[in-house]
Design a protein around this ligand. Structure first.
Ligand code: G1P
Length: 265
Protein backbone atom coordinates (compact mmCIF):
# COMPACT_ATOMS: atom_id res chain seq x y z
CA UNK A 1 0.00 0.00 0.00
CA UNK A 2 1.41 3.46 -0.84
CA UNK A 3 1.85 5.96 1.99
CA UNK A 4 -0.94 8.08 0.44
CA UNK A 5 -3.32 5.10 0.58
CA UNK A 6 -2.26 4.42 4.16
CA UNK A 7 -3.26 7.96 5.14
CA UNK A 8 -6.64 7.39 3.51
CA UNK A 9 -7.24 4.05 5.25
CA UNK A 10 -10.07 4.41 7.76
CA UNK A 11 -9.85 2.73 11.17
CA UNK A 12 -12.38 4.80 13.14
CA UNK A 13 -16.17 4.68 13.00
CA UNK A 14 -18.78 6.95 14.59
CA UNK A 15 -22.15 5.27 15.24
CA UNK A 16 -24.97 7.76 15.90
CA UNK A 17 -27.43 6.03 18.24
CA UNK A 18 -29.04 8.84 20.23
CA UNK A 19 -32.37 9.05 18.37
CA UNK A 20 -35.54 8.76 20.45
CA UNK A 21 -37.12 5.80 18.62
CA UNK A 22 -40.61 7.31 18.86
CA UNK A 23 -41.85 5.42 15.80
CA UNK A 24 -41.30 2.12 17.66
CA UNK A 25 -43.28 2.93 20.81
CA UNK A 26 -44.18 1.21 23.09
CA UNK A 27 -41.28 -1.18 22.33
CA UNK A 28 -38.69 1.56 22.87
CA UNK A 29 -40.05 3.03 26.12
CA UNK A 30 -37.18 1.61 28.19
CA UNK A 31 -35.09 -0.18 25.54
CA UNK A 32 -33.11 1.81 22.93
CA UNK A 33 -34.24 0.88 19.41
CA UNK A 34 -30.65 -0.14 18.63
CA UNK A 35 -30.91 -2.85 21.31
CA UNK A 36 -34.15 -4.48 20.18
CA UNK A 37 -33.54 -8.05 19.06
CA UNK A 38 -32.79 -9.03 15.50
CA UNK A 39 -32.69 -12.80 16.04
CA UNK A 40 -30.03 -13.80 18.57
CA UNK A 41 -28.43 -10.36 18.84
CA UNK A 42 -29.58 -6.76 19.19
CA UNK A 43 -29.76 -4.75 15.97
CA UNK A 44 -26.67 -2.75 16.89
CA UNK A 45 -24.54 -5.85 17.43
CA UNK A 46 -25.12 -6.87 13.80
CA UNK A 47 -23.94 -3.40 12.78
CA UNK A 48 -20.88 -3.48 15.08
CA UNK A 49 -19.91 -6.86 13.58
CA UNK A 50 -20.21 -5.39 10.07
CA UNK A 51 -17.95 -2.51 11.11
CA UNK A 52 -15.33 -4.70 12.81
CA UNK A 53 -15.40 -7.14 9.88
CA UNK A 54 -14.37 -4.25 7.63
CA UNK A 55 -11.24 -3.60 9.71
CA UNK A 56 -12.42 -0.75 11.96
CA UNK A 57 -10.53 -0.81 15.27
CA UNK A 58 -12.00 2.17 17.16
CA UNK A 59 -15.72 2.82 17.50
CA UNK A 60 -17.49 5.83 19.03
CA UNK A 61 -21.14 5.36 19.96
CA UNK A 62 -23.02 8.66 20.10
CA UNK A 63 -25.75 8.09 22.68
CA UNK A 64 -28.01 10.09 25.00
CA UNK A 65 -28.35 10.04 28.81
CA UNK A 66 -31.44 7.83 28.39
CA UNK A 67 -29.58 5.25 26.31
CA UNK A 68 -26.72 4.15 28.56
CA UNK A 69 -27.95 0.55 28.14
CA UNK A 70 -25.91 0.67 24.90
CA UNK A 71 -22.75 1.20 26.97
CA UNK A 72 -23.80 -1.58 29.39
CA UNK A 73 -24.19 -3.95 26.43
CA UNK A 74 -20.97 -3.17 24.55
CA UNK A 75 -18.56 -2.07 27.31
CA UNK A 76 -15.01 -0.93 26.51
CA UNK A 77 -14.41 -3.10 23.51
CA UNK A 78 -13.97 -6.57 22.16
CA UNK A 79 -11.02 -8.49 20.69
CA UNK A 80 -8.68 -5.50 20.46
CA UNK A 81 -11.36 -3.14 19.11
CA UNK A 82 -11.84 -0.11 21.38
CA UNK A 83 -15.32 1.31 22.11
CA UNK A 84 -15.89 4.88 23.31
CA UNK A 85 -19.05 6.82 24.07
CA UNK A 86 -20.08 10.44 23.55
CA UNK A 87 -23.30 12.06 24.68
CA UNK A 88 -25.41 14.14 22.32
CA UNK A 89 -27.13 16.64 24.62
CA UNK A 90 -30.11 17.30 22.35
CA UNK A 91 -31.31 15.40 19.27
CA UNK A 92 -30.68 18.22 16.82
CA UNK A 93 -29.99 16.10 13.75
CA UNK A 94 -27.43 13.77 12.22
CA UNK A 95 -24.89 16.53 11.50
CA UNK A 96 -24.94 17.48 15.19
CA UNK A 97 -24.48 13.80 16.15
CA UNK A 98 -21.47 13.47 13.82
CA UNK A 99 -19.98 16.64 15.36
CA UNK A 100 -19.90 14.73 18.68
CA UNK A 101 -17.10 12.65 17.09
CA UNK A 102 -14.77 15.65 16.63
CA UNK A 103 -12.36 14.81 19.51
CA UNK A 104 -12.52 11.07 18.84
CA UNK A 105 -11.57 11.29 15.16
CA UNK A 106 -9.11 14.18 15.42
CA UNK A 107 -7.89 14.93 11.90
CA UNK A 108 -8.20 11.31 10.73
CA UNK A 109 -10.70 10.27 8.07
CA UNK A 110 -13.55 8.26 9.58
CA UNK A 111 -16.73 6.33 8.85
CA UNK A 112 -20.28 7.09 9.97
CA UNK A 113 -22.57 4.09 10.34
CA UNK A 114 -26.19 4.61 11.36
CA UNK A 115 -27.03 2.50 14.41
CA UNK A 116 -30.58 1.71 13.26
CA UNK A 117 -29.90 0.62 9.71
CA UNK A 118 -28.87 -2.92 8.69
CA UNK A 119 -27.67 -3.93 5.24
CA UNK A 120 -28.04 -7.41 3.83
CA UNK A 121 -25.58 -8.32 1.12
CA UNK A 122 -24.91 -11.21 -1.24
CA UNK A 123 -21.50 -9.78 -2.21
CA UNK A 124 -18.12 -10.89 -0.91
CA UNK A 125 -17.16 -7.25 -0.30
CA UNK A 126 -19.84 -5.58 1.83
CA UNK A 127 -21.21 -2.14 0.88
CA UNK A 128 -19.44 -0.68 3.94
CA UNK A 129 -16.11 -2.18 2.81
CA UNK A 130 -16.73 -0.73 -0.65
CA UNK A 131 -17.22 2.70 0.95
CA UNK A 132 -13.87 2.39 2.76
CA UNK A 133 -12.15 1.15 -0.41
CA UNK A 134 -13.65 3.97 -2.51
CA UNK A 135 -12.43 6.49 0.04
CA UNK A 136 -8.93 4.95 -0.05
CA UNK A 137 -8.73 4.74 -3.83
CA UNK A 138 -10.19 8.13 -4.86
CA UNK A 139 -9.61 11.71 -3.73
CA UNK A 140 -13.16 11.88 -2.33
CA UNK A 141 -13.76 13.89 0.84
CA UNK A 142 -17.04 12.07 1.26
CA UNK A 143 -18.35 8.63 0.22
CA UNK A 144 -21.96 7.49 0.71
CA UNK A 145 -23.87 4.22 0.24
CA UNK A 146 -27.00 4.73 -1.84
CA UNK A 147 -29.92 2.48 -2.73
CA UNK A 148 -32.26 2.81 -5.68
CA UNK A 149 -35.64 3.69 -4.18
CA UNK A 150 -39.15 4.05 -5.65
CA UNK A 151 -39.95 7.70 -6.43
CA UNK A 152 -42.96 7.55 -4.08
CA UNK A 153 -40.58 6.99 -1.13
CA UNK A 154 -37.85 9.54 -1.87
CA UNK A 155 -39.25 12.09 0.60
CA UNK A 156 -38.08 9.86 3.50
CA UNK A 157 -34.43 10.01 2.47
CA UNK A 158 -31.48 12.07 1.32
CA UNK A 159 -31.34 11.85 -2.50
CA UNK A 160 -28.16 12.32 -4.56
CA UNK A 161 -27.61 13.82 -7.99
CA UNK A 162 -25.19 11.67 -10.07
CA UNK A 163 -22.61 13.74 -12.01
CA UNK A 164 -22.15 11.21 -14.79
CA UNK A 165 -22.83 7.49 -14.85
CA UNK A 166 -24.31 5.51 -11.97
CA UNK A 167 -23.79 2.08 -10.39
CA UNK A 168 -21.64 0.50 -9.02
CA UNK A 169 -19.86 3.70 -7.89
CA UNK A 170 -20.14 7.25 -9.14
CA UNK A 171 -19.41 10.88 -8.36
CA UNK A 172 -22.21 13.30 -7.47
CA UNK A 173 -22.69 17.04 -7.97
CA UNK A 174 -25.54 17.64 -5.55
CA UNK A 175 -27.90 16.12 -2.99
CA UNK A 176 -31.07 17.04 -1.14
CA UNK A 177 -32.63 15.84 2.13
CA UNK A 178 -36.21 14.53 2.00
CA UNK A 179 -37.27 16.07 -1.35
CA UNK A 180 -40.76 15.88 -2.81
CA UNK A 181 -40.79 13.29 -5.63
CA UNK A 182 -40.98 16.02 -8.29
CA UNK A 183 -37.88 17.69 -6.80
CA UNK A 184 -35.78 14.54 -6.43
CA UNK A 185 -32.64 14.67 -8.59
CA UNK A 186 -32.59 10.84 -8.95
CA UNK A 187 -33.91 7.68 -7.29
CA UNK A 188 -30.68 7.05 -5.38
CA UNK A 189 -31.35 7.37 -1.64
CA UNK A 190 -28.66 7.71 1.02
CA UNK A 191 -28.47 4.44 2.94
CA UNK A 192 -26.78 4.90 6.30
CA UNK A 193 -23.05 4.38 5.62
CA UNK A 194 -20.58 7.21 4.99
CA UNK A 195 -16.84 7.98 4.95
CA UNK A 196 -15.50 11.47 5.53
CA UNK A 197 -12.31 13.47 5.71
CA UNK A 198 -12.03 15.78 8.72
CA UNK A 199 -13.09 18.63 6.37
CA UNK A 200 -16.71 17.56 7.08
CA UNK A 201 -16.52 19.28 10.48
CA UNK A 202 -16.02 22.73 8.99
CA UNK A 203 -18.96 21.99 6.66
CA UNK A 204 -21.11 20.96 9.65
CA UNK A 205 -20.25 24.24 11.43
CA UNK A 206 -21.59 26.11 8.40
CA UNK A 207 -24.78 24.01 8.17
CA UNK A 208 -28.11 25.68 8.95
CA UNK A 209 -31.16 23.75 10.18
CA UNK A 210 -32.83 22.01 7.22
CA UNK A 211 -35.51 19.33 6.75
CA UNK A 212 -37.55 18.79 9.95
CA UNK A 213 -35.72 21.79 11.47
CA UNK A 214 -32.68 19.56 12.11
CA UNK A 215 -29.00 19.92 11.25
CA UNK A 216 -28.81 17.47 8.34
CA UNK A 217 -25.53 15.78 7.36
CA UNK A 218 -26.89 15.79 3.78
CA UNK A 219 -26.73 19.61 3.83
CA UNK A 220 -23.18 19.50 5.25
CA UNK A 221 -22.17 17.24 2.33
CA UNK A 222 -23.76 19.82 -0.01
CA UNK A 223 -21.44 22.45 1.50
CA UNK A 224 -18.53 20.06 0.91
CA UNK A 225 -19.48 19.93 -2.79
CA UNK A 226 -19.76 23.75 -2.91
CA UNK A 227 -16.19 23.83 -1.55
CA UNK A 228 -15.22 21.93 -4.75
CA UNK A 229 -14.47 18.71 -2.84
CA UNK A 230 -15.40 15.45 -4.53
CA UNK A 231 -18.11 13.16 -3.15
CA UNK A 232 -18.63 9.61 -4.37
CA UNK A 233 -21.43 7.09 -3.96
CA UNK A 234 -21.39 3.31 -3.73
CA UNK A 235 -24.67 1.81 -4.97
CA UNK A 236 -26.23 -1.28 -3.45
CA UNK A 237 -26.46 -4.15 -5.94
CA UNK A 238 -29.68 -5.99 -6.88
CA UNK A 239 -29.11 -8.59 -4.12
CA UNK A 240 -28.44 -6.02 -1.42
CA UNK A 241 -31.05 -4.38 0.83
CA UNK A 242 -30.87 -1.74 3.53
CA UNK A 243 -33.48 -1.89 6.28
CA UNK A 244 -34.22 0.94 8.65
CA UNK A 245 -35.08 -0.55 12.02
CA UNK A 246 -36.77 2.70 13.07
CA UNK A 247 -40.22 1.71 11.80
CA UNK A 248 -42.27 -1.42 12.48
CA UNK A 249 -42.74 -2.55 8.83
CA UNK A 250 -39.03 -2.59 8.02
CA UNK A 251 -38.11 -3.94 11.47
CA UNK A 252 -40.51 -6.86 10.92
CA UNK A 253 -39.05 -7.49 7.45
CA UNK A 254 -35.51 -7.58 8.86
CA UNK A 255 -36.70 -9.89 11.65
CA UNK A 256 -38.32 -12.29 9.16
CA UNK A 257 -35.11 -12.48 7.12
CA UNK A 258 -33.06 -13.14 10.26
CA UNK A 259 -35.47 -15.78 11.57
CA UNK A 260 -35.40 -17.54 8.17
CA UNK A 261 -31.58 -17.73 8.45
CA UNK A 262 -31.90 -19.57 11.76
CA UNK A 263 -34.94 -21.74 11.01
CA UNK A 264 -34.33 -25.43 11.59
CA UNK A 265 -31.48 -24.65 14.00
C1 G1P B 1 -31.15 9.76 7.68
C2 G1P B 1 -30.43 10.65 6.65
C3 G1P B 1 -30.99 10.41 5.26
C4 G1P B 1 -30.86 8.94 4.91
C5 G1P B 1 -31.58 8.10 6.00
C6 G1P B 1 -31.42 6.60 5.77
O1 G1P B 1 -32.50 10.16 7.75
O2 G1P B 1 -30.59 12.00 7.02
O3 G1P B 1 -30.26 11.19 4.33
O4 G1P B 1 -31.41 8.70 3.64
O5 G1P B 1 -31.05 8.40 7.31
O6 G1P B 1 -30.11 6.18 5.90
P1 G1P B 1 -33.48 9.76 8.99
O7 G1P B 1 -33.80 8.31 8.83
O8 G1P B 1 -32.72 10.06 10.23
O9 G1P B 1 -34.69 10.63 8.81
Amino acid sequence: MSSQNKLRTITKAVIPAAGKGTRLLPLTKAVPKELIPLGKKPVLEHIVEEVIGAGISEVLFVISEEKTAIRSHFGDGIGGVRFEYAFQAEQKGLADAVMCGRDFTGDDPFAVVLGDSVIETDQRTTPFERVLNTHRDTDASGVIVVQKTPLAEVSRYGIVSPKHGTAPSFEIDGLVEKPKPEQAPSEYAIAGRYAFDASIYDCIRRTKPGANGEYQITDSIGIMLNDAKSVWCVALGPGEVRRDIGTFPSYFEALEVEIAKHSGR
